[in-house]
Design a protein around this ligand. Structure first.
Ligand SMILES: [Zn+2]
Ligand SMILES: [Zn+2]
Length: 277
């Protein structure tokens, strides 16, 4: 097999080039993450060198007495170090659910929380529940435009086991001093999906429960009748802004449309949703 020369690629820094078969030759990125300030006290962190379809939105909310991180990304680069300069208070890191694109870096944080339905999967580093077991085919080398570090390969990728320090349940309140969030347990995409809702602003940090893109309800961990029940519940929730686990922020109108479209599609006769369990 032919090997590429680091110099033939015309890069200015040969130390960033690793000699691999031509099809795999990739550079190491200088910064794995990128940050966008959305408003005072709210930052969106993403992993721009990773496949857009699975690239999660990681939300950092700065409170008066406590900071909150909603979702932690793939865990292929240190998120804790990356956000250190933004943190000046105790930080609670939360996974909206166990999937690898959300919970990958949770182990790095001193205070880490997940819903009780997926606490065991986190505790044991369950790659199957995290959707990152190799045979599931969700984590592929071609999904990385650049490498997070020189030796990175998807074969070694795994959900790192860690004991949650906080177990979340429906109705829990996370008080940041100047604002507070209620934990909503919203299964369907996976059994331990949560969203965080601010009843004052009516903002919803929705994880993979609702976003403006293809919803995944046919995973091994998904359950369409449960997803329908979750959407029937969400239909009654007053909404300001939605800060989803993927894609763009949206408002009440789009929120209502997504719910109606989903319910109309899935309630059709003959759909699994109306079949007996
Ligand atoms: Zn997910
Ligand atoms: Zn996701």
């Amino acid at each position: 097999m032919a090997f590429s020369s680091p110099y033939s690629l015309g890069r200015s820094n040969p130390s960033l080039i690793y000699i691999l078969p031509m099809s795999q030759a990739k550079s190491v990125c200088e910064s794995w993450f990128s940050t966008q300030k959305i408003s005072n006290g709210l930052y969106l962190i993403t992993e721009p060198h990773y496949y857009w379809f699975n690239r999660a939105n990681l939300w950092l909310i700065k409170g008066q007495t406590q900071d909150l991180l909603i979702d932690t990304g793939l865990g292929v680069s240190s998120l804790r170090h990356y956000i250190a300069s933004l943190i000046d208070k105790p930080l609670l890191a939360i996974a909206s659910h166990i999937h690898f694109d959300h919970a990958g870096s949770l182990h790095e944080f001193e205070h880490r929380a997940i819903h009780e339905a997926e606490a065991d999967a986190l505790r044991t580093g369950d790659d199957y529940e995290a959707l990152c077991a190799p045979k599931q085919g969700w984590v592929l080398q071609e999904h990385f435009d650049l490498l997070p570090y020189p030796e990175f390969t998807v074969e070694q990728y795994t959900m790192q086991a860690t004991e949650p320090t906080h177990i979340l349940q429906e109705g829990d309140v996370l008080d940041l001093g100047n604002r507070a969030f209620e934990v909503l347990h919203l299964p369907g995409h996976s059994p331990g999906c949560i969203a965080l809702y601010d009843p004052q602003s009516k903002d919803l940090f929705s994880g993979d429960v609702i976003y403006d893109g293809e919803l995944l309800d046919q995973l091994h961990c998904s359950h369409i009748p449960t997803y329908i029940a979750t959407y029937e519940r969400l239909q009654k929730l007053p909404i300001g802004g939605v800060y989803p686990g993927h894609y763009s922020i949206f408002g009440q109108e789009r929120y209502e449309q997504i719910i109606v479209e989903y319910l109309e599609a899935k309630r059709k006769p003959g759909c699994p949703a109306v079949a007996p369990p």
